[in-house]
Design a protein around this ligand. Structure first.
Ligand code: HEC
Length: 204
């Protein structure tokens, strides 16, 4: 009987010992390297890193995938140069024009209006004022300029560089040029003759 009591006390003491310990770490680890990571953990704190933080900024000069450099700075000089020199690298195709129209309706029409006359819904409700028509006299609107203003914005117009990619901005630009041409009654950008499938095949 006494023996059973001794064994029970020893058992309770042992369980007590084993179950002691912090909540964050297991009290006993069999082969700890199966629990502890060998490498550094994401967002961990380690002395080898500056500020002991594993999360660091990318190395200077790193560019994200798909990044295309844009050389014109966000200054009056940069804008003037873009208006003059920067050309739309896209071919005029129905696909580009259609995509441009769709994107314009999403991003620009709220202010500039479906026709580009500066009479979008936000203008009608007087949420934003001073939105120009694309045909406003004295405003030089060229393809390079339209692209530039999408990159950086202008006064109360924000930048669209994070919502659209390079291709999309040029597609929007084609549509804007056509809105301007329609307002001014000048010739539109029309799709270049696209090859009709099979037209060049001989019948021998
Ligand atoms: C929040 C309203 C708003 C939205 C949305 C907006 N714009 Fe504008 N935009 C303006 C205003 C206001 C100006 C006039 C800025 C100034 O001259 O101070 C302007 C000016 C322009 C100009 C003339 C720039 C110049 O060089 O004179 C172009 C081109 C233009 N926007 C194109 C776009 C395109 C393309 C989009 C869609 C990607 C767009 N805008 C979206 C408000 C807006």
């Amino acid at each position: 009987m006494k023996k059973i009591l001794h064994i029970s006390i020893a058992l309770v003491a042992l369980i007590g010992l084993v179950s002691c310990g912090g909540d964050t770490k297991p009290s006993f680890q069999y082969m700890p390297n199966m629990y502890e990571p060998v490498g550094y953990e994401t967002y961990g704190e380690y002395e080898v890193f500056p500020n002991q933080q594993e999360a660091m900024l990318p190395v200077l000069g790193t560019v994200p995938r798909g990044y295309a450099p844009y050389e014109y700075p966000d200054t009056k000089k940069g804008s003037d140069a873009a208006k003059k020199e920067l050309k739309n690298p896209l071919e005029v195709t129905q696909k580009n024009l259609d995509a441009g129209k769709e994107l314009y309706t999403i991003y620009c029409a709220v202010c500039h209006g479906d026709k580009g006359d500066g009479n979008g819904i936000l203008m009608q409700r007087e949420k934003i004022l001073g939105i120009p028509s694309y045909a406003a006299p004295g405003r030089l609107i060229t393809q390079g300029g339209v692209y530039h203003v999408q990159m950086y914005g202008l006064n109360s117009m924000g930048s669209y560089a994070s919502q659209t990619n390079e291709l999309e901005r040029w597609q929007i630009t084609q549509h804007v040029m056509n809105l301007k041409a329609t307002l001014e009654g000048t010739p539109l950008l029309v799709p270049e003759l696209e090859e009709v499938a099979g037209a060049n095949q001989s019948n021998d």
